[in-house]
Design a protein around this ligand. Sequence first.
Ligand SMILES: Cc1cc2nc3c(=O)[nH]c(=O)nc-3n(C[C@H](O)[C@H](O)[C@H](O)COP(=O)(O)OP(=O)(O)OC[C@H]3O[C@@H](n4cnc5c(N)ncnc54)[C@H](O)[C@@H]3O)c2cc1C
Length: 114
Amino acid sequence: MPNHSQSSDTKKSDPTQDYLWQHLFEIMPIFFPGFEDMLVVRTWAGIMPYTPDGIPILGSVPKLEGFYLATGLCGGGLGTGAVLGQLIANLINHGERPGLFDDTSITRFSDKKD
Ligand SMILES: Cc1cc2nc3c(=O)[nH]c(=O)nc-3n(C[C@H](O)[C@H](O)[C@H](O)COP(=O)(O)OP(=O)(O)OC[C@H]3O[C@@H](n4cnc5c(N)ncnc54)[C@H](O)[C@@H]3O)c2cc1C
């Protein structure tokens, strides 16, 4: 089993993490021969919040006044998050609503389109 040098944000022992690490280190050599001899210095992971159509969900929510969504940035949120956050801030603070929000509304998943 390879050494796992824990980074500063993962120093606490956690049964779930320990379980996952154990199984990860068991299956990794299947895909990456030689992995068992490697020193793992740092790891990271997370959920990519893909929407069904691959388009973010941005804008206000009908019937929930004052509630805004800016999520579902799929696999490119690090690149697009800042500007989309700015657009949401402009909507909340100044009522600016670019045409883009027509395509990103949450209603696209609930409105019946006959
Ligand atoms: C391993 C990895 C590598 C990536 N690399 C890149 C890259 O190189 N470039 C790039 O542009 N993008 C990259 N991404 C994608 C980027 O991280 C995402 O697009 C971005 O984080 C999505 O932002 P988001 O706000 O839509 O969702 P998130 O950042 O996932 O935020 C959603 C938030 O909602 C919370 N949440 C979820 N469910 C609930 C609930 N029911 N109630 C309350 N809170 C809830 C979660 O805890 C989370 O804080 C990567 C993602 C991963 C996982």
